[in-house]
Design a protein around this ligand. Structure first.
Ligand code: ADP
Length: 354
């Protein structure tokens, strides 16, 4: 393991190099070590495991079975791979049609039954921690013989060559490249989240149609307990967390590369929520009155609201794509909670066979 620049690393050839140890890259590394122990493997990550700024650490970690038919098998496989790490607290979906089954209490503290009377319970649905699943996968991969390099920014050079820019921090807290080592890999998997498509475009000259968005996850201080179910309504997911809820708003549109997230204004007052998040809330305040109350933490600047860049894969679902003989793109995105592990496993299978 090469955690910092003090641990010297001599250039060498690998069978597989995975760029990014978020949930997708770490899961792939573990799956690959189990399926193909004969392949040498380097898992390289710009930050820690997982990166504090990546999408994985903030992902809501909600699994449910409400997926399109073509994703059902992958969703079930992901649930099986999660095993006991999934806490099956149930997922309630609220809608405008239908009624409340007598056995299921209506979450009256969050939603208005007059506007959203329909309620469906998925008792197999539940929550897990994508960050600890990722840490676990990374550690298992290392235990099974993978090399792991942290604090390294990878640059694709084409032909399976990757420049590893090893990073350190100056005493004025600036992140700088300490030195660069170039390695060659027979297969390079770009599992770099929102940054992946740009690495490919810049390094391999291949434009992609995948996009990215900055997602904020504000807190809602409505009491929840360890057995409270997740609530889905109007495109929002409300996950019980530390005695309250974490709100995952719908993504209204992709953000341009280079966009700097800024807080918006609400009735003239600066808040930490982006204007896009405020816009996604406004049409649903009657249905979800808790989101119109002081319980929603709107913050004063964007630094007050946890947020991260998220890949938006074309088609919306986690996927992998072969780019050329040496390069594969692996993307999670907004539905990585539901099918991400199965997609990483499929790629591991393909690499192990190929
Ligand atoms: P995913 O859900 O696809 O795993 P994440 O954003 O959680 O998405 O993970 C992607 C990881 O890739 C992040 O931890 C990020 O730090 C890492 N990453 C992005 N670009 C690079 C790069 N150039 N070199 C190394 N790691 C990178």
């Amino acid at each position: 393991m090469y955690a910092h620049v003090g641990q010297s690393f001599a250039s060498r050839a690998y069978d597989v190099l995975i760029v990014g140890a978020g949930r997708m890259g770490a899961a792939l590394a573990w799956q690959l070590r189990q399926r193909a122990p004969h392949l040498s493997l380097l898992l390289a990550e710009e930050g820690g495991l997982p990166n504090e700024e990546g999408a994985t650490i903030l992902a809501s970690g909600v699994w449910h079975s409400d997926v399109p038919d073509e994703q059902r098998e992958r969703a079930e496989r992901t649930r099986a791979l999660l095993g006991e790490r999934l806490q099956p607290c149930g997922v309630l979906t609220l809608s405008e049609q239908g009624g409340v089954p007598p056995s299921v209490p209506y979450p009256a503290s969050l939603a208005d039954a007059a506007v959203l009377p329909g309620l469906r319970l998925d008792p197999r649905g539940g929550v897990y921690s994508p960050a600890s699943v990722t840490l676990d996968a990374g550690q298992q991969a290392v235990r099974l013989g993978a090399d792991l390099m942290l604090n390294v920014r990878c640059e694709l050079r084409g032909g399976g060559q990757v420049a590893l820019h090893r990073l350190s921090v100056t005493n004025t807290h600036q992140v700088v490249v300490d030195h660069t080592v170039t390695v060659t890999a027979a297969q390079v998997v770009i599992a770099s989240g929102a940054a992946g498509p740009h690495l490919i475009e810049n390094g391999l000259g291949q434009p992609t149609r995948h996009r990215q968005a900055y997602r904020q996850l504000p807190r809602l201080n409505v009491p929840s307990g360890p057995d409270s179910p997740v609530v889905r309504a109007c495109g929002f997911v409300l996950r019980p967390h530390s005695g309250g809820y974490v709100v995952t708003p719908p993504i209204l549109h992709p953000d341009p590369w280079g966009y700097q997230p800024v807080g918006g204004r609400l009735a003239g007052v600066p808040v930490g929520l982006r204007r896009e998040v405020v816009d996604s809330l406004l049409p649903h305040l009657e249905a979800l009155p808790a989101l119109a109350s002081e319980a929603l933490v709107v913050g004063r600047s964007s630094a007050d609201i946890p947020g991260a860049w998220l890949a938006l894969p074309e088609g919306g679902w986690p996927r992998w794509d072969r780019l050329d003989e040496q390069h594969v793109l692996l993307l999670g995105g907004p539905h990585a909670d539901l099918t991400g592990l199965a997609v990483a496993e499929e790629l591991a299978e393909a690499l192990a066979q190929g």
